[in-house]
Design a protein around this ligand. Structure first.
Ligand code: IPE
Ligand code: IPE
Ligand code: MG
Length: 246
């Protein structure tokens, strides 16, 4: 039986986030250029997106490009940006067929005009879709997001739009790029690295973390199923005792 059939559809994470890591190492192991690794990574993206939509995950967020990734060699950044445009053009059909809405978080204005325009086009064209929200984190950094939120909230306090006493967690939430998304329930990182790399620091406060020892281009439906099954076995206590959960 397919492993994905063993996933309990009643206990899915409402929000699954994935740090898609290991494209470069995958290519290097095979003697290819890093670009080939990124290209093959897009296949894992399609499989993951389709599988998540089919099994009923409502929110999937993929870390595609970090604020720190701008520091990579220009050739690699250009390749990634080109790949992004071509993938968006190619995958719009997949999104429509599966009733998936595209969303993006990050400092999107830092993206090349062409990427920004294509991205907005797909977001606009899929905005009525309801089965799943696919969020791409692009030019995304959690610290950058938090600094922005702090600036916006401070300005509102200064201009008496909100009072300092009323600044609470929900106000902070409402000023993040992820304002319309629930907290992350499960965070998966591929490639064997066990770090967060500036991804959704606020939003993963109580997420279950799952580090998968497979490079992103090799990540398939079975790896996803295994991570979901592992997630479903965990007891999420949110600070309480086991006894309180019954
Ligand atoms: C993930 O793969 C893709 C991006 C960060 C854009 P990497 O390019 O980081 O691959 P490794 O980690 O060097 O193998
Ligand atoms: C994190 O991967 C960013 C993305 C997957 C987009 P990196 O490869 O950039 O992270 P580090 O540098 O290994 O922490
Ligand atoms: Mg990496």
């Amino acid at each position: 039986m397919d492993l994905i059939q063993q996933v309990n559809k009643e206990r899915l994470p409402k929000h699954l986030a994935i740090i898609m890591d290991g494209n470069g190492r995958w290519a290097k192991q095979k003697g290819f250029l890093r670009a080939i690794g990124h290209e093959n990574g897009t296949k894992s993206v399609r499989v993951t997106v389709e599988t998540c939509a089919k099994i009923g995950i409502e929110n999937l967020t993929l870390y595609a490009f970090s604020t720190e990734n701008w520091k990579r060699p220009k050739l690699e950044v250009d390749t990634l940006m080109r790949l992004l445009v071509s993938s968006l053009k190619k995958e719009i059909a997949t999104l429509q067929d599966n009733n998936i809405r595209l969303n993006a978080i990050g400092n999107l204005h830092a993206l090349p005009k062409k990427v920004f325009a294509e991205l907005n086009d797909v977001i606009e064209n899929t905005k009525a879709n309801t089965r799943m929200t696919l969020t791409l984190a692009l030019s995304y950094g959690s610290r950058d997001e938090l600094v922005n939120a702090i600036k916006e909230i401070s300005a509102k306090v200064k201009n008496n739009i909100i009072s300092l006493e009323n600044v609470d967690e929900s106000v902070v939430n409402a000023h993040l790029y992820t304002q319309n998304l629930p907290d992350v329930d499960l965070l998966i990182r591929t490639s064997g690295e066990q770090r967060i790399s500036n991804f959704l620091l606020w939003q993963i406060a109580y997420a279950e973390l799952c580090f998968v020892d497979v490079l992103w281009p090799d990540f398939n439906q079975n790896h996803l199923a295994k991570a979901l099954i592992e997630y479903q076995k965990r007891e999420r206590r949110f600070g309480k005792t086991s006894e309180q959960l019954i």
